[in-house]
Design a protein. Structure first.
Length: 284
């Protein structure tokens, strides 16, 4: 049954992807698909078998703003991942909306095929509007294949259920996947209530599992980290005291980042490494 599922998924990959990848050589370059630009960073030795990370910026930001705060390009490449930063469009400032999701996911599939990436190590995350896109990828049931069947784990930052991302969890369950949600309790741009709703809805979905559990992993004056598992869903939250920022040990922007005792990009990378495809479904 499992092999049949993966065979069907591979066929769906091939049928869905339409972006043209110019080269599989190592290096950092621009690729385009559906009118969008993508900064693609390929480490040495990644013509086949590496992992794949998408890191999506927020409103008014650029790919370099995003990477400046997460440093996922450098961190991911050193860990054997191809790292892709999509660049949003917009009339006045770069932005994202639900109409961009199909093109971005098409690029995920196209990159996976072009580089023959490890299908167990495809990951997707983003900040603010990029975080909402991440939640839409978790919940999207219309695209084929479904993103939650392809993407191993997700890393939304400063975004929950609200804005342009509707909840797909509740008493009836929800997509079985792994999610690391990072949000500031003092966020004045995207309400922290969005994060609380995500936790509440996912906890409700997990409650159908008699073995569902909650574990506090860290609790300091600056942040807490909690793990929720059950019903094939793995959620971890990092909630800090700051506002609408990406926290790191060396923020490059006072607009999008803050220096603090957590390193968001590293936390996300380590979460991705620990949660390959299917890991949430096998946890006890």
């Amino acid at each position: 049954m499992k092999s049949a599922f993966f065979l069907a998924l591979c066929v769906a990959y091939a049928a869905a992807q339409t972006c043209t990848i110019s080269t599989v050589l190592p290096g950092t370059r621009n690729e385009t698909c559906g009118g969008l630009r993508f900064v693609v960073a390929v480490p040495q030795g990644c013509s086949t078998g590496c992992g794949l990370i998408f890191d999506v910026h927020g409103y008014s930001m650029s790919t370099e703003n995003q990477n400046g705060e997460t440093q996922l390009r450098q961190r991911g490449m050193a860990a054997g991942f191809i790292v892709v930063h999509p660049q949003g469009s917009g009339i006045f400032l770069p932005s994202w909306n639900a109409g961009d999701d199909a093109t971005v996911f098409d690029m995920v599939l196209s990159m996976a095929n072009a580089f023959n990436v490890d299908r167990n190590r495809i990951h997707f995350g983003g900040f603010s509007q990029g975080g909402w896109m991440t939640w839409r990828m978790v919940c999207n049931q219309a695209l084929s294949p479904r993103p939650s069947d392809v993407i191993a784990s997700f890393g939304p930052i400063a975004a929950g259920f609200g804005g342009s991302a509707a909840s797909c969890y509740g008493a009836g369950g929800g997509p079985q996947t792994s999610i690391l949600l990072t949000h500031g309790r003092s966020d004045a741009i995207v309400s922290f209530n969005e994060a609380l709703r995500a936790v509440a809805d996912i906890s409700l979905a997990q409650s159908i599992d008699p073995n569902a559990s909650q574990q506090t992993l860290a609790n300091t004056t600056f942040f807490d980290r909690v793990r929720y598992t059950g019903a094939g869903i793995h959620l971890e939250t990092i909630f800090h005291t700051e506002g609408h920022y990406i926290i790191s040990d060396g923020a490059t922007s006072t607009v999008y980042g803050r220096t603090g005792p957590i390193i968001t990009g590293q936390d996300i990378l380590e979460f991705y490494q620990a949660h390959p495809l299917g890991s949430s479904k096998t946890e006890k």
